[in-house]
Design a protein around this ligand. Structure first.
Ligand code: ADP
Ligand code: MG
Length: 482
């Protein structure tokens, strides 16, 4: 029996996603990850006096698309503000961000957990630039600065305190990652820091409506770390509360070596960043036409696709969920569907042998080496009994991957086509029956289990080319007429 928990956890997330633009947010420097240190740094990234930033339109477009996909209200009249603070990797002494009026307001993201499906409310999504990086591991006593990342475009997605377990928070980040990739807003790569998360966590007596004092665990860069950090905080704060100790509002960091967190600093009061509108940047307006065109360019979203796939009778919940998990997989499924109506077989091939092959070669579904038309033809050949599924997987698929020929041509060359040709099948059946007359006797006396033995023999002498369905039918007819 499980005790009713005394405390309930409440979680709000702040997720930074690096936008998939070519250039930085306010200048033409490359926005690629990494590179030799300090090679993607024009005078603007370096904050030389007299340089002027200009807003990257593509970044604005990507932020709006994400907002639309999350059902946010889009702010058409925007401005950038300076958030002033000192940090060695922040050459300007301020970060350009948005302040009182984010580009996307409200909205929600639907998550599905073991407890069911529900919408998590967003507070806002805003645009801002990233800072550079301090490198502490290059020299025993010195810290180095790499400004390649300075000025790269980010969206910050801020949720309401609206998640109630580590599982929900992990699922939320998984949904965001799926969505930004789906929309081409970000590559969502957590190992490279393109997607990173701060988790705000508090506990309150179960059933209470007021929020407890929160701690913030910074810079979590995997879903596993997010869940582990939350689980650790739940047990740490529960222990403090049970001892009657006060909870201090803190900023903490995750230690991946032992799945714990440690305090970075206490947050006594709100920071004063002296925000003010950036005088070097004109306000940017999203026109009604631009907004309409962004709306029109949105692809079908994963949830809508998931629902549509569920309507297809042949497909299971698992199929629908897996096929709508990433845009390339979904697109490949749709393309193959143009050539064959055999939806279940398409799903089986995609989620089985093809995905296996792509995983083994570290590729994704934008790089499938089998054209949709060829996969469809192979599926139809199996369906019509010309080819067995196992032979298709073991022999035809590798050939299709290697050679740019049609499945039919290759199957002929490989001599693996099954035959439903009745006179040929009858010959093989006769041959096997002649070979084992006693077994035929036994079968006729009632030992029906011998059927499999005959079929196995026919398969052998036909070199796997006898259509098993047709063979079974003809063989039974033959055996049943003495
Ligand atoms: P701050 O000013 O400390 O950054 P915000 O009010 O801007 O705090 O909220 C930042 C994030 O923290 C949001 O995602 C919000 O949902 C979450 N949050 C705020 N208060 C709490 C709380 N008591 N418990 C859990 N999460 C919270
Ligand atoms: Mg904050």
């Amino acid at each position: 029996m499980q005790d009713t928990p005394i405390y309930e956890v409440v979680i709000g997330l702040e997720i930074h996603a690096q936008l998939a633009t070519q250039s930085k947010l306010f200048c033409g420097d490359s926005n690629l990850f990494g590179g030799e240190a300090n090679t993607r740094v024009s005078a603007i990234s370096l904050a030389h006096p007299g340089t002027l930033p200009r807003t990257n339109k593509k970044a604005v477009e990507l932020a709006v698309k994400l907002g639309l996909a999350c059902e946010c209200d889009i702010e058409q009249n925007n401005y950038f503000a300076r958030k002033n603070y000192f940090y060695p990797d922040l050459p300007k002494g301020y970060q350009i961000s948005q302040h009182t009026s984010p580009i996307c307001k409200g909205g929600n993201v639907r998550i599905t957990t073991t407890a069911g499906s529900r919408a998590v409310r967003l507070n806002r999504i805003h645009l801002e630039e990233d800072a550079g990086k301090s490198l502490h591991d290059q020299h025993p006593t010195k810290t180095f600065i790499d400004l390649n990342r300075a000025g790269t475009p980010l969206v910050e997605i801020v949720t309401e305190p609206d998640m109630y377990s580590a599982e929900e928070a992990g699922q939320f980040v998984a949904e965001i990652r799926k969505l930004v990739r789906w929309l081409g807003v970000s590559d969502g790569n957590m190992e490279e820091g393109s997607l990173r998360c701060d988790a705000n966590i508090s506990l309150r007596p179960a059933g209470s409506q007021t929020l407890g004092t929160k701690v913030e665990v910074k810079n979590l860069n995997s879903i596993r770390h997010i869940k582990k950090a939350i689980e650790y905080e739940i047990s740490r704060i529960t222990a403090l509360l049970l001892q009657g100790q006060p909870i201090i509002q803190q900023t903490r960091s995750f230690d991946a070596d032992n799945d714990t967190t440690f305090a970075l600093r206490d947050k006594e009061e709100a920071n004063d960043y002296r925000y003010f509108p950036d005088p070097d940047l004109a306000p940017f307006v999203i026109s009604a036409e631009a907004l309409e065109s962004y709306k029109a360019s949105l692809p079908e979203l994963p949830n809508a696709l998931h629902q549509r796939l569920l309507q297809m009778e042949e497909l299971t919940e698992y199929d629908a969920q897996q096929l709508s998990d990433d845009l390339h997989t979904a697109q490949y499924f749709e393309e193959v569907s143009l050539y064959t109506s055999n939806k279940k077989s398409i799903a089986n091939w995609i989620l089985g042998p093809l995905r296996q092959w792509l995983n083994d070669h570290q590729l994704n579904f934008s790089q499938v080496p089998v054209s949709p038309a060829n996969l469809a033809q192979m599926i139809d050949m199996i369906e019509s009994g010309e080819l067995s599924f196992s032979t298709a997987v073991s022999r035809l698929l590798p050939a299709l991957i290697k050679e740019k020929k049609s499945p039919r041509e290759l199957a002929e060359t490989l001599n693996i086509l099954q035959t439903a040709n009745e006179s040929l099948l009858a010959e093989w059946i006769q041959e096997v029956m002649n070979k084992m007359p006693d077994k035929v006797q036994e079968y006729r006396k009632g030992k029906k289990g011998l059927l499999g033995l005959f079929i196995g023999e026919i398969k052998k002498i036909s070199g796997g080319k006898a259509d098993p369905q047709k063979v079974t039918q003809l063989l039974q007819e033959k055996l049943n007429q003495p």
